[in-house]
Design a protein around this ligand. Sequence first.
Ligand code: DX5
Ligand code: ZN
Length: 220
Amino acid sequence: MKPILISASILSADFAILKDQIQQVEAAGGDWIHVDVMDGQFVPNITMGPMFVETCRRITNLPLDVHLMIEKPENHIQAFARAGADIISVHIEGNPNIHRTLQAIRDLGCSPSIVLNPGTPASAISAVLPFVDMVLVMTVNPGFGGQKYIPEMNQKIAEIAAMASQLPNEVKIQVDGGIDASTLPAACQAGANVLVSGTSIFCHPDGISGGINALRQAVD
Ligand code: DX5
Ligand code: ZN
C-alpha cells in the first residue's frame, strides 16, 4: 500500500503563531496544508479567505489544499488560485454547474477535487470522477473542527474507491473530519489515501510532531 499523505488543517492552529505552527508541520513531515474556507452561508461558520491563503503561501512551499465550503465557489476560485492554492476542493451539493467549475480550477493551473457531505451518496459524484484528481469524503458535517468521526462513512469510502479503480486516471481519496489514530485505520482500509486532521495534530498532548507521528504509526 502507498504511504498516506497527511494534510494538516490549520483551522485548529494557533493563528497568533501561524508561521511557527506551519514550520512545525513541515519539520514533522506533514505533506500538505489544509485551508478550510467557510462563508457563513454554505456552512454556519466563517473562517478565512484568499488573503489567508496568500499568507500561508509566503510561509511554506508545501502544497496548499484549499477546501471551499462556500456558496457559488465559481466566483472565487480565481482569487484562491492567484493566492497560491495548489489543490481546490469544491462541494457537489448546491453546485449545478460543478463540471464547469472543476474544469475552471484545472484551467487556472490547480488540481480539482470534489467533496461530498455525509448525507450525499457516492453515486452523486460518478459523472465528475473522470475530471478530478481527488475525492474528499467528509466524515463529519462540515463547519467545525473537533467533531466526532461518522463510522458509517467507511462504506462510502469503499464505494468511491471501487468506482475510482475503474478509471484510467489516478483519483486520490481524502477523508476529513474526526480523523485520529483510532479512526484512521478503518478509513485507510476502506481506501482513503490522504487524510485531513486538525485537532489530532494541533491539539495533540505531545505537540504537532507527536500528532503527526501518531497518525503515521496508526497506519504503518
Ligand atoms: C470541517 C473541516 C475540517 C476540520 C477537521 O468542516 O472541513 O477540515 O478542520 O478538523 P478535525 O480534524 O478537528 O475534525
Ligand atoms: Zn476541510
